[in-house]
Ligand binder design. Structure first.
Ligand code: SAM
Length: 246
């Protein structure tokens, strides 16, 4: 069945109003009509099984038959704090992290970040593009939510945010052994939220590792090999998925 996303404010009692680009897609590309069945996701983990009951010029109204959990969300909300990488790598990271079930993504300015946005306009444009990538990856992977991409944070701000999560980990190539990573991941299921912090191409500065340690954020190894920044978060997310997926 074809599946669409709406904001919760488009759901009123038993009816959902679809607006925007999806209207043209449903009407003119899929050629759907009154009486056809569609699934509409509320972006908050629920799928509404609906029947189209009105096709208008600029909107489509569908009535809800039944509501089900999308069943594609991980039981722990994982935040990826990604040291801002060079070029277009952030796009790949966002797309793949969303496929792997991340809850939200925070790009972080770290000491060894090379990229600098000269003005706020450029940064805002990037953020819009990253959010659009997250949206399209969420739709493709049938997520129940559209993960949010936050505006850039400083390392300090990221640590302040991460320290209050159920479990936060800093991926660090000098951390001791994969056994420690497994032990840390064992405690993941008991948490509601988790944060993972990945350094940029040049890695973390010692002071950043120290600051994380001061806030009880454990350093974890991802194995004996040095992974590229765009591989590290995805590797850790895959490991977490193995511990969490039911
Ligand atoms: N500075 C390092 C070097 O040149 O040897 C490499 C940094 S690595 C390319 C980028 C980031 O990926 C690191 O800051 C870390 O967060 C993560 N990472 C890469 N390999 C890792 C490993 N084996 N264990 C834990 N984290 C790793």
């Amino acid at each position: 069945m074809h599946r669409f996303y709406v904001n919760v404010d488009q759901i009123k009692e038993n009816n959902i109003t679809i607006v925007g680009q999806d209207v043209n897609h449903i009407k003119n590309v899929l050629r759907m009509k009154t009486g056809d069945e569609i699934v509409i996701c509320d972006g908050q983990g629920k799928d509404c099984y609906c029947i189209i009951n009105r096709v208008c010029e600029n909107e489509i109204v569908a009535s809800i038959n039944s509501v089900q959990d999308t069943g594609t969300e991980l039981p722990v909300r994982i935040t990826l704090f990604q040291g801002l990488p060079k070029a277009d790598k952030m796009e790949l990271i966002i797309q793949k992290a969303v496929e792997l079930g991340v809850y939200e993504i925070v790009p972080v300015m770290m000491s060894r970040t090379i990229v600098k946005y000269s003005d706020g306009k450029k940064e805002a444009k990037k953020l819009l593009r990253w959010q659009a990538i997250a949206e399209s990856a969420a739709k493709q992977s049938r997520r129940g939510i559209i993960p949010k991409v936050h505006p850039l944070m400083s390392f300090k701000e990221a640590i302040t945010y991460a320290k209050d999560m159920g479990l936060s980990m800093l991926a660090y190539e000098d951390a001791k052994g994969i056994k420690g990573t497994k032990d840390t991941l064992e405690s993941l299921r008991a948490c509601e939220t988790a944060g993972i912090i990945i350094g940029p191409e040049g890695g973390f500065e010692g002071s950043e590792v120290e600051l994380a340690k001061e806030h009880n954020i454990s350093s974890v190894s991802l194995g004996r090999r040095i992974l590229r920044t765009e591989t590290a978060g995805l590797a850790l997310l895959s490991m977490m998925m193995l511990y969490l997926e039911e």
